[in-house]
Each structure stands twice: as C-alpha cells, then as structure tokens.
Write a protein that binds this ligand. Structure first.
Ligand code: KG4
Ligand code: ZN
Length: 360
C-alpha cells in the first residue's frame, strides 16, 4: 500500500491530502482564503503567499490526523509546482521540499492542470484507466485560469485541441460578479443569483460559435473567447438607467451564465463527436456549476461516458495532486531542485495512463 501526501497552494486554497494507491482519498483538508481576498475583489498573490505560510502547518496536521497516519507512514510527498501564482506556488513547493528532505521522502512535483483532470478518477476503481474502451478521453478543463479541451489517447499522449484566446470561463464569471457588485468569487455567487432570474431575458454573445452568422475560422473551431461577453455585460449595465433592481441583476446573471454554459457545452459536445471520445471529463472549479453539469449531462453523446467529479474535487484541492502523483511514484527521484512555473506548458502526455504505474 502506498500513501502519498499531497500539498496544493497554487492560488487561494491551502490544501493537504492523504491518498492511498492513487485513488482512495483518506483525507482532503482545504483552508480557503476567500474572505481575505474578497475585500480586494480578486486574489492578491502576495497576500495568498502569506496566508499559505500560516495555513500549511495546521492543514497538514489535520490531514494526517483525519487519515490516521503519521509522516513515517508516507511513501512520498506530492506538491503542485505549476501552473499558478508564483508567490503562492513557491510557499507550498518549498514547504514540501523541507518536509521531504527532513523525512527522507521522495518529492513528486505535480502539474495542477493535469491534476484537475485526474480529480474525476478519485475514489474510483482505477481499472477503468486500463480499459481500451475508456479512450480517447476528452477533458474540458474550466477554472479561474483555464478553459481548455484536451484529447488523451490510450497511450497517455495528449493534445490540446482548444483553449481560450483571452479570458478563462471562471475569470469571466468572477469579473461579471464584480461588475454587478455581487462579491467574490463570482462563479458560485453568479450561480446563486441566476437561480432567481430568467436565462432568456437578455442575449449575450457566444463568441467563436458561429451563432451570430459569423463563420468560425477553422483554427478557432474548439477555441473559446470570453472577453467579448464581459464587454457586452459592461454595455448592458451602462445602458440600464438608475439603480440596478434585484430582478434585473438576477436576469442578467442568469443570461450571462447561460451564454457561458452554452458555449462550453456546445464546443465540448461537438469535439466529443468529432474525435469519438469514449469518455468526456468535465473538471476545474467551474465544473461545480450546476447548470453546466446538468446541460452536459443532457447533451453528452451516447457514445461518451460522462465523468464529473463531486464539487469538493473540482475546486482546488490536494487530493487530486496526491492521486495523480501515485502514477509517477515508481520514477520518483530526488526532485529537491524542482522549480515552480506560472504558465501552463504545452501538454503532450499525462502521467496517469500507460505503463508508468506507481507501486501498490
Ligand atoms: O479550479 P479552481 O478552484 O481554481 C483555479 O485553478 O483557477 O477554480 C476557481 C474558479 C473561480 O473562477 C470560481 O468562480 C469558479 O471556479 N467556480 C464556479 C463555481 N464554483 C467555483 N464557477 C461557476 N459556478 C460555480 N458554482
Ligand atoms: Zn485549479
């Protein structure tokens, strides 16, 4: 049996988790900094770093305690080393390095973006990853920093077939909530506000979908663009005279969310069809969005098995980091020199498929 400690600090969540054999989550403790950043209307990187510094030790203790294990029981320590906010990443990475060195444990630097995809396999039998009928996998990764479609084959080779050319979906929701004075983070608040509104009350653009009579350039077939929706919202609010009424705000939130859900679903379903995806994964913080989950469930092609993790594994957490790292355990070596990286590199493979298994 292998127990891996995961540490996550790429943005505004400090998390530690213990995961057994790559899938069984023994504990997953998340300390959120939302209240600290809310007053600024967004994440302040240096403040995030300071908060991680304070939270890491108690979060680690809680994760070990909840799992009923000690550091001596661990096989390795996994840590997110990118992409993310550099000051925030460095705190978690250096903390993990210190812990690994002091306890003579292998350190496994882990990619946060791939970990989001892996989250949909947590608490499940990993046999599914060995079955040919699972492939290809199409993953729609939607978070505060990413909106991407990644195609993964049976060998673990990956190809990004689309991504946002400007803002991410979560960013578009966060900025809209700020503009409507609803607070931070925007995604959950927009969803709640939208529940009382009519999604057809107003029309917001669906960029790069060809719906406005504008042909989509072939290179943008599976790309996203959310900055135009945001600008449309700005004009929509400016046009409204006087104080914004509750019903206007609810209808606006519902219509805006609808535009984002429509674009994301439309492209994911079309890509799943074109590439014959046998598995469609929806992941990342925006995957918590209930209307998005429902819409994809409804429109997912019959040939694709839909996998959406429970919300606790969609937003940033360390369980997805520890789970993913198990697949690299057999190759883990001295990674104490590992660096952090802010931006997503080109993904050409994922470590959780193929014969790169960890040792159970
Ligand atoms: O994956 P995540 O926790 O952090 C990043 O890696 O970015 O995603 C955070 C994003 C934020 O933009 C937040 O507004 C969005 O996920 N989010 C949601 C919901 N819950 C979180 N968006 C829509 N609906 C939700 N219920
Ligand atoms: Zn994330």
């Amino acid at each position: 049996m292998s127990l891996i400690l995961g540490i996550e600090s790429s943005c505004d969540e400090t998390s530690a988790a213990i995961v057994e054999n790559g899938s069984h989550v023994r504990s997953n403790v998340v300390a959120t900094q939302i209240a600290r950043h809310a007053v600024f209307g967004g994440v302040v990187p240096e403040l995030a770093a300071r908060e991680h510094l304070i939270a890491l030790q108690p979060v680690l203790k809680a994760a070990l305690c909840e799992a009923g294990v000690g550091l001596q029981d661990l096989s390795a320590i996994a840590v997110t080393n990118g992409p993310g906010l550099m000051p925030a990443l460095l705190v978690g990475l250096n903390y993990a390095k210190g812990l690994a060195a002091a306890h003579r444990l292998p350190l496994i630097p882990t990619n946060h973006f791939i970990a989001h995809i892996y989250a949909s396999f947590l608490d499940h039998d990993l046999q599914i990853l060995k079955q040919p009928e699972t492939y290809p996998i199409l993953a729609l990764v939607v978070s505060g920093g990413h909106s991407s479609l990644l195609l993964i084959n049976e060998q673990g080779e990956a190809r990004q077939i689309g991504c946002t050319i400007d803002d991410a979906a979560g960013e578009a929701l966060d900025k809209a909530a700020k503009l409507l004075n609803l607070g931070y983070p925007g995604g959950p608040i927009m969803q709640k506000t939208a529940e009382k509104g009519n999604p057809e009350a107003f029309h917001f653009p669906r960029p790069l979908t060809g719906t406005a009579g504008k042909a989509v350039p072939p290179e943008h077939k599976y790309n996203f663009s959310f900055s135009g929706i945001k600008t449309a919202l700005l004009y929509h609010v400016k046009k409204y005279e006087g104080e914004l009424s509750d019903s206007f705000i609810a209808d606006t939130a519902a219509s805006y969310q609808e535009a984002i859900v429509d674009v994301l679903t439309r492209k994911a379903v079309a890509a799943a069809r074109e590439f014959g995806a046998r598995t469609l994964v929806l992941c990342g913080g925006v995957a918590c969005n209930q209307p998005l989950r429902d819409r994809l469930q409804k429109l997912c092609p019959a040939e694709s098995a839909l996998r959406i993790a429970p919300p606790k594994y969609c937003t940033d957490n360390a369980a997805m980091v520890a789970g993913l790292a198990w697949h690299s355990l057999a190759q883990a070596n001295d990674a104490l020199g590992a660096d952090a990286f802010a931006r997503l590199p080109m993904i050409t493979s994922v470590p959780f498929i193929g014969n790169r298994r960890g040792t159970a």
